[in-house]
Design a protein around this ligand. Structure first.
Ligand SMILES: Cc1ncc(C[n+]2csc(CCOP(=O)(O)OP(=O)(O)O)c2C)c(N)n1
Length: 250
C-alpha cells in the first residue's frame, strides 16, 4: 500500500496506480464510483469487467477485479459469452461512444435485443478521446472535432445518435437510464443508478444500460469547469438526462 493521502474514501477495489486520465476527466470518477459499489456489495471476487478500446482501455489497472480486454466495440459480445458461461458472476461492460456506437453498434443492439443479463456502462463524451479527438456518433451538430474542423454538418456526417432512445425501441432491455457526473449532486445520483443497474443483474432481471454524459476537456479544448458547464448547456439539450425504462416500475 502506498502512503498517499487520499482526498476521497479509499476502497480496496481501487488500486494505488496513478491515473493516466486527464485531470477532470469523468472516467476516473466513474471508476471510483464503481469500485465503491463493488466494495459495498462485497462482489469484488465475482465481478468481471469487459474493458473497451478507448481511454478506458486500462480500466484493469485501476479496478482490482478480473477484466477481459475486448476487441474494439465487441464488449457486449464478450460480456455475453462470459455471463452465459459464468451466470453467478457480475459482468460489466464499460465502453466509450466510439466503441459502443460506431464500431460496436451491432454488438450493442443485439446484446440489448437478446436481453442479456449484463450491465453496460456507456461513457458518452461526444468524441473519440484516446485517438485525439475525432468525431464520434454522439458528436453534437456544429461541434468542432479533428475530423469536423468546421463543426459537425448533418448533411455530410449525419446527426448525433441517442443510444438510450435507440435501445428503448427494443422489447428486451430491463433498465435504461441516462445520467451525468458534472457536479457532486449529479454524481451522487449517478452512483445510485449504477447500483441499481448492478443490482438488476444480481437479481437476474436482464439487460441494464447506463449512459453517463461525460467530459473530454482535452479534446474539447476547455477547462474541466467549462466542459462540465458545456454538458449542461449543450450536450444535455440533445441527450436529455432521464430514466427511459425501469422494469421494476412495471
Ligand atoms: C479496429 C480498430 N479501429 C480503430 C482503432 C483506433 N481506436 C482506438 S481508441 C478509438 C476511439 C475510442 O473512442 P471512444 O470509444 O469514444 O472512447 P474514449 O477514448 O473517448 O473514452 C479508436 C478509433 C482500434 N484500436 N481498433
Amino acid at each position: 500500500m502506498s502512503d498517499k493521502k487520499y482526498l476521497y474514501k479509499k476502497t480496496a477495489v481501487l488500486t494505488d496506480k496513478s491515473s493516466h486520465y486527464c485531470p477532470g476527466c469523468s472516467h476516473g470518477l466513474v471508476h471510483k464510483m464503481l469500485a465503491e459499489i463493488i466494495e459495498e456489495f462485497g462482489i469484488q471476487k465475482k465481478t468481471i469487467f469487459v474493458a473497451p478500446v478507448g481511454c478506458a482501455v486500462l480500466l484493469y489497472d485501476y479496478i482490482d477485479c478480473d477484466t477481459l480486454e475486448a476487441a474494439h466495440g465487441r464488449a457486449p459480445a464478450s460480456a455475453t459469452g462470459i455471463k452465459r458461461s459464468n451466470p453467478d458472476n457480475v459482468v460489466i461492460a464499460y465502453q466509450g461512444d466510439g466503441d459502443l456506437l460506431a464500431i460496436g453498434m451491432a454488438e450493442t443492439i443485439h446484446a440489448a435485443n437478446r436481453g442479456e443479463n449484463i450491465t453496460v456502462i456507456f461513457i458518452n463524451n461526444a468524441i473519440y478521446g484516446m485517438t485525439g479527438g475525432q468525431m464520434a456518433p454522439t458528436t453534437l451538430v456544429g461541434q468542432k472535432t479533428l475530423t469536423t474542423p468546421l463543426g459537425r454538418n448533418p448533411s455530410n456526417e449525419g446527426y448525433p445518435i441517442g443510444a438510450c432512445e435507440l435501445l428503448n425501441t427494443l422489447t428486451a432491455p430491463y433498465f435504461i437510464e441516462r445520467c451525468k457526473v458534472n457536479s457532486s449532486k449529479t454524481a451522487i445520483y449517478t452512483k445510485k443508478v449504477l447500483k441499481k443497474a448492478i443490482t438488476n443483474q444480481m437479481n437476474n432481471k436482464g439487460y441494464s444500460f447506463v449512459e453517463i454524459l461525460s467530459n473530454c476537456n482535452t479534446n474539447w479544448g476547455m477547462t474541466p469547469l467549462d466542459a462540465n458547464k458545456w454538458i449542461d448547456e449543450n450536450v444535455e439539450k440533445i441527450f436529455p438526462v432521464k430514466n427511459f425504462r425501469d422494469g421494476d416500475a412495471k
